[in-house]
Design a protein around this ligand. Sequence first.
Ligand code: ATP
Ligand code: MG
Length: 622
Amino acid sequence: MRASRMNLVTLREDPSEAEIASHRLLLRGGFLHKSGAGLYLYAPLLKRVIDKASRIVADEISRTGGLEVTMPIMQEQALWEKSGRWATYQASRTMLTVRDRGGQVFGLAPTAEEVVTDYAATVVKSYKQLPVTFFQQHTKFRDEIRPRFGLMRVKEFIMMDAYSFHDADTSLDQTYDAMRVAYLRTFKRLGLEAFAVEADSGAIGGNGSHEFMVAADVGEDTILFDPISAYAANRERAVGRISLASRWNSAPQGIQVIATPNVSSIADVADFLKQNGFPDLDATNALKCVLFIAQVKPKSGYEFDPARGVTFANATMKKFDEIAIAAFIRGDRDVNEVKVRNAVTRTKGVEVLELRPMLPDEIRQATNAEPGFAGPGSSLKVSIALIDEQIEKNVPLVVGANKTDHHIAGFVLSRDVVAPLLYVDLMTVRAGDTEMKTGNPLQERRGIEVGHIFKLGTKYSAAMKAEFTGQDQKLHPFIMGCYGIGTSRVVAAAVEQHNDQDGIRWPMAIAPYHCVIVPVGKPGDTAVEGAAQSIYDALLAAGIEAVLDDRDQKPGVKFKDWDLIGIPLRIVCGRGVAEGLVELKPRDGAAENIPLASAAEVVIGRVRAALSASQAAADAVR
Ligand code: ATP
Ligand code: MG
């Protein structure tokens, strides 16, 4: 490719809207054009990178036996009603819906379980056809609340989504593991350091979900890990043991209601009581109460009855589909909302569609008090009260009194609770908590989620009556797995991992071009131009993706552009040509002079070596 025909447009200054390296550099290098909020045009350079990444992803998924398909982006509401997910996606407002001229409503694919399950039900009739995996690489749409960070979190993006169908759990386990390996191979080939962590798997629990993370300070996910035992989990899912609460020796023997005027936060309450008769009290002796409203829908086959199950005696329901939840945790800790959500779904005959903190008015209704004074006393009006299982039951605590400006000191859970509290894990684990099995302290780091694998079981197939005939001649719902890689996010993550102050440093396998040849001679210097042209021709003939920078620009400008754009190898033809030498400068290494006569050969060797090194890294994955 001749650079003069590439419509190269680079920016010297950092665009003000770009907060992270990948966003900044992709904009500056002319890879991206913002077309709307969370909507990007992939410019020619980026299109090449995305296509290469897509091919590697597709190649590795095919290698597991996956069959590539293309599914429609517009998906009928009726199909999503069958799985029961229409309501979920409406509640979270993640799915954009459109209406056709006949008034029929469609969702724009945020994912494709319904479509593929419907397909499998039609084309897979017998256990003899199982297992089978269908995958695609196609545009997904999600109405993200906060699109940001360029390609990282957008409304429209490219995802590889694969779905596997099985007649037995053991078969699902095999494919799940094959996918895990395929993912690790994919990331190696893409030049990315990625690792698997345990992820939230919804209300069912179990070990059926892993996310693949690229470590990066700008990542939106927090990972808790133990380097010794290799335990690693997303914070949404992580479990860990917290340190013991401190002993509160000055606590009253029985319950004591104490006026705590205008102190509502745990820290303030602890400080106030410390100065008013309880010198050795701290936040670990307090019980924090977080109040939520869960938007729910009854699970199929369950008669929804708000007065049934684990319910406070005077439970109230604002509406049929909204229930009040209290979550108690030790005063110095935070509630994990994903765990709350899963616990509620497990507890009642309902599925939580959305969980949100109560508004002040709702808190007043639930507690008969201003916000900040909620406690586990019987006057709390919620449908479900959850409490973290690590809280000690036989020690005195400070709790809210459900009365404005009042707390109760000396509250002992095992003695003083009258309404049912459900003990579950609600802990937001943090660095310093210890790993459950080994007792090693957990560490924390940030990560970018680039992929996800998930054992779905029969969730979709049972709901959608997608069945096959088993060896026993009976009908069974498919056992399913689903697998996603955010191909476009992967490209942004690669830039996060490979950049320096001058720009991007693409790994060879996904670089838009392998190399660039820059002639730097006086205009009309035929020796230099001829040398550049001959190397260029030889590289093209060998199938190397080369650019010849024939632009009428100063060498310094050209070098800056290619450093920013991130081409792995640069060949400069200048004064040395007279002595039969050219300069070879890897983007991530030092310049060296090489003979003009063998320059093309050397570059071909370097490109092929880099490509086979990433392939070898993939082959080493177990
Ligand atoms: P996140 O927690 O980041 O929103 P998710 O859990 O919604 O991700 P999945 O539904 O598992 O993501 O989708 C599979 C993959 O698609 C993710 O691992 C990620 O790489 C990619 N992805 C998801 N949402 C976006 C987005 N808004 N923009 C770009 N890529 C995305
Ligand atoms: Mg998401």
